[in-house]
Design a protein around this ligand. Structure first.
Ligand code: AMP
Length: 282
């Protein structure tokens, strides 16, 4: 496994793989790797001749400085995991490499900016769009792998790839959960014992709501039930609980079993903001 820190270090390898007709898979991450990340790596390993994983905690996508400062860093363990999975290259750029001059380009993802993550994390998708564009330009992969866990990010990146004509494909990998249902996330490391228990509220509310929808209960009642559950909880604060179209993120008020939909949630457990989602498949 080779560690690469700049685009110019990567270019000769890229050229050599291209000349040998190797397909290059790319998995962008912010490190603190868990099995969810490793599922993406596995998807790339099983499909592509070459796998590149990047680890870069991107400062411009954090709208909350405290979240950035407290973002976990487990680089040594991350590298061991990637090595044991047979990853070919890890791209570990510095902030200076990724942002040689201050960025004054702004990306606006239109309606996606006004709902859910876009609404509650202003500027977040601009930071995601900029860093993912830079990484795509530097690594030049054939396929990039992303997790369904960040469903709205998937919509943003699809829009980015289509609108800016990136010559690559996207593959979306299902959400990996802990045994009790909590979606794996690097931020889970920041939860103490009580908070870890409380974090299950997200998955429990999602799965109950899905069951109620399928049984025919109306969405506004289901949603207000969840809001009440959170109001009663100490140390937990709901930001949103919405039924949306999983590609356009249009908010759905009336459930239609013939239309694609997903339930999305964001909530603070203590100081840690968690997100999750569940597709409604009948
Ligand atoms: P992050 O390091 O949080 O930026 O995530 C890097 C990639 O891993 C993104 O495409 C995420 O959607 C994906 N990912 C994060 N958590 C999970 C999970 N629990 N299951 C599947 N993919 C995930």
């Amino acid at each position: 496994m080779k560690l690469i820190r700049t685009g110019s270090e990567w270019n000769p390898h890229w050229l050599s793989h291209l000349q040998q007709n190797h397909q290059i898979g790319f998995v962008p991450t912010m490190g603190a790797l868990h099995q969810g990340h490793l599922d993406l790596v596995q998807a790339s390993r099983s499909k592509m001749r070459v796998t590149v994983v990047s680890i870069f905690v991107n400062p411009t996508q954090f709208n909350n400085p405290d979240d950035f400062a407290k973002y976990p860093n487990t680089l040594e363990a991350d590298l061991e995991k990637l090595e044991s999975m047979g990853v070919d290259y890890v791209f570990l750029p510095s902030v200076e490499t990724m942002y040689p001059s201050s960025s004054n380009l702004t990306l606006d993802f239109g309606d996606l900016e006004r709902v859910l993550e876009g609404r509650f994390r202003p500027g977040h998708f601009n930071g995601v769009g900029i860093i993912v564009s830079k990484l795509f330009h530097l690594i030049k992969p054939h396929i990039a792998f992303f997790g369904q866990k960040d469903l709205q990010q998937v919509a943003v990146i699809k829009r980015l790839v289509n609108n800016l004509s990136f010559d690559l494909q996207l593959e979306i990998v299902p959400t990996r959960r802990e045994e009790d249902g909590l979606a794996m996330s690097s931020r889970n490391m920041r939860l103490d014992g009580n908070e870890r228990q409380k974090a299950l509220l997200l998955f429990n509310c999602l799965s109950n709501a899905k069951k109620q929808l399928i049984e025919g209960q109306v969405w506004p009642l289901i949603k207000s039930g969840v809001e009440k559950v959170f109001e009663k909880e100490e140390n937990a604060r709901l930001e949103y609980f919405e039924l949306v179209h999983p590609y356009t993120f249009e908010i759905i008020e009336t459930f239609d079993p013939n239309q694609k939909s997903s339930i999305c949630v964001a909530a603070y457990i203590g100081e840690v903001r968690l997100i999750d989602n569940l597709p409604i498949i009948l």
